[in-house]
Design a binder for this molecule. Structure first.
Ligand code: NAD
Ligand code: MG
Length: 391
C-alpha cells in the first residue's frame, strides 16, 4: 500500500489523480489533501477519500473545513507549515505536486528534501529554481517523476534513470516537444488584442485550470515546458525543437543519434501521465480510453511561429540569461495572467508586460532560495507597477 499526499487536490490534476487512486484502493491510499481556499470542494474530497490530514492555505478556510468535518478523525492544518508537514511526513511514499504557480515551490521542495517520489505537475517550481531543485533531488535521493504530458512522454522514450542525466550521454540528438497551439491557433493575429478570458480558457484538447489554460493560449506554457525539459533532461534549449501538433496525440518525441525517433502516443487525458508516474515501472489502469488511430487518422506537425507567440522567445531568452531570470519570467507571467483573467489587461499585454519586466530587471545568480524568492517578489512588484503605469 502506497500512502499519498496530494498538493493541489481540488484542481484539475489533483482530481485526475484522485480518480486513478479510487480505481486502485488496494494499492493507494490518501494520507493528506491540500488546497487553497475551496472549502466546499475540499469537504467533498475528504468525505470521499478519508485523508488523515487536510491542509488549507489560510487559517479561516482551515477553521471552516475543520468545523464542517467535525469528528471524522481528519486533522486540518493551515498555511505553508501545514503544507511542508504533509509533504515531508515519514509515512508518505509519494507526493503529487499539483499546486499552480510559485506557491508550489516550497512544499514541493519539502517533499524532495524528504526523499519522496515526487510527481511533478507544478512546472513553475522547476522553472523558478531548476538548478537548486535538481541539486536537491540528487542530494536527497528523491525520485522525480514528470507528470506534464510532454515530459512524461519524453521520460517514457528515454532509458531508465534518465532524469537529471545529460541526455547527450544517452545518445539523444534532440528532444521534440509538441504543443497543440492552444485555443487561439486558428484565430487571426489581428484579433488577439480582443481575446477574452473565456476564449483563452477554452482549450480544444485539454481540460485544465485557468492559469495553464491562458499559458496555453499565449504558448508561454510551451516556453515554461522548454525550460522544464532543460532541467529534467540536462539539455540546452537549442537541443529542443517545438512543433505544433493540433491533435495532441503524440505527446513528445526523442530523436537519437542513430536516426531512431521514439514517441509516446495516447489520447489527451492527464490520467495517462499521472498513472505512469504513480505506478512506474508498473502499468496500471487509468480509466483512459484506448487510442483509436483509425479514428484519429491524421497527425499534423508544423513549426511554432514565434512572432505569433512571443512568449516562447521570452522563455528562451530567460533560459539563456540564466540565474534568477527564469524566476523573473515566471513571476511576471503569473501577475500578467492573473490581471488578464480579472479583465484588467488585454491578451497582448501579457507578453509585453513580461518583456518589459525582463528588460528592466538585472538578473543575478540563483544559487539559493533567498535569491530566487527575492527575484520572484521584485518581479511581481515590477509587473504590477508596469501594468499600473500603462492603465
Ligand atoms: P488548477 O487551477 O485546476 O488547480 C490548482 C490547485 O492548486 C488547486 O487545488 C488550488 O486549490 C491549489 N492552490 C493554488 N494556490 C495554492 C496555495 N497558495 N496553497 C495551496 N494550494 C494552492 O490547476 P491545474 O490545471 O490542476 O494545474 C496545477 C499544476 O499542474 C500547474 O502547475 C500546471 O501548470 C500543471 N499542469 C497541469 C496540467 C493540466 O492538465 N491541468 C497539465 C500539465 C501541467
Ligand atoms: Mg504540458
Amino acid at each position: 500500500m502506497k500512502l499519498l499526499t496530494i498538493l493541489g487536490a481540488t484542481g484539475s490534476i489533483g482530481c485526475s489523480t484522485l480518480d486513478i487512486v479510487a480505481r486502485h484502493p488496494e494499492q493507494y491510499s490518501v494520507y493528506a489533501l491540500a488546497a487553497n481556499r475551496n472549502v466546499d470542494k475540499m469537504l467533498d474530497l475528504c468525505r470521499e477519500h478519508n485523508p488523515r490530514y487536510a491542509v488549507m492555505s489560510d487559517e479561516a478556510s482551515a477553521a471552516a473545513l475543520a468545523a464542517a468535518l467535525g469528528g471524522t478523525g481528519c486533522e486540518v492544518l493551515a498555511g505553508e507549515a501545514g503544507l511542508a508537514e504533509v509533504a515531508a511526513a515519514a509515512e508518505v511514499d509519494t507526493v503529487v505536486a499539483a499546486i499552480v504557480g510559485a506557491a508550489g515551490l516550497l512544499p514541493t521542495l519539502a517533499a524532495v528534501r524528504a526523499g519522496k517520489r515526487v510527481l511533478l505537475a507544478n512546472k513553475e517550481s522547476l522553472v523558478m529554481a531548476g538548478a537548486l531543485f535538481m541539486e536537491e533531488v540528487r542530494r536527497h535521493g528523491a525520485e522525480l517523476m514528470p507528470v506534464d504530458s510532454e515530459h512524461n512522454a519524453i521520460f517514457q522514450c528515454l532509458p531508465d534513470g534518465a532524469i537529471g542525466r545529460a541526455a547527450a550521454a544517452l545518445g539523444v540528438q534532440r528532444i521534440i516537444l509538441t504543443g497543440s497551439g492552444g485555443p487561439l491557433r486558428d484565430i487571426d493575429l489581428a484579433e488577439f488584442e480582443r481575446v477574452t478570458p473565456e476564449q483563452a480558457c477554452a482549450h480544444p484538447n485539454w481540460d485544465m485550470g485557468p492559469k495553464i489554460s491562458v499559458d496555453s493560449a499565449t504558448m508561454m506554457n510551451k516556453g515554461l515546458e522548454m525550460i522544464e525539459a532543460c532541467w529534467l533532461f540536462a539539455v540546452d534549449a537549442d537541443d529542443i525543437e517545438i512543433l505544433l501538433h493540433r491533435q495532441s496525440i503524440v505527446h513528445s518525441l526523442v530523436s537519437y543519434r542513430d536516426g531512431s525517433v521514439i514517441a509516446q502516443l495516447g489520447n489527451p487525458d492527464m490520467r495517462t501521465p499521472i498513472a505512469n508516474a504513480l505506478a512506474w515501472p508498473e502499468r496500471i489502469d487509468s480509466g483512459v480510453e484506448p487510442l483509436n488511430l483509425l479514428q484519429v487518422s491524421q497527425l499534423d506537425f508544423t513549426l511554432a511561429d514565434e512572432t505569433r507567440y512571443p512568449c516562447i522567445a521570452l522563455a528562451r531568452q530567460a533560459w539563456q540569461r540564466g540565474g534568477t531570470c527564469m524566476a523573473v519570467l515566471n513571476a511576471a507571467n503569473e501577475i500578467a495572467v492573473e490581471r488578464f483573467l480579472q479583465g484588467s489587461i488585454g491578451f497582448n499585454d501579457i507578453a509585453s508586460t513580461i518583456d518589459e519586466v525582463m528588460q528592466r530587471t538585472e538578473c543575478g545568480p540563483a544559487n539559493d532560495l533567498q535569491q530566487i524568492l527575492e527575484a520572484d517578489r521584485a518581479a511581481r512588484r515590477l509587473a504590477g507597477a508596469v501594468i499600473e503605469a500603462r492603465s
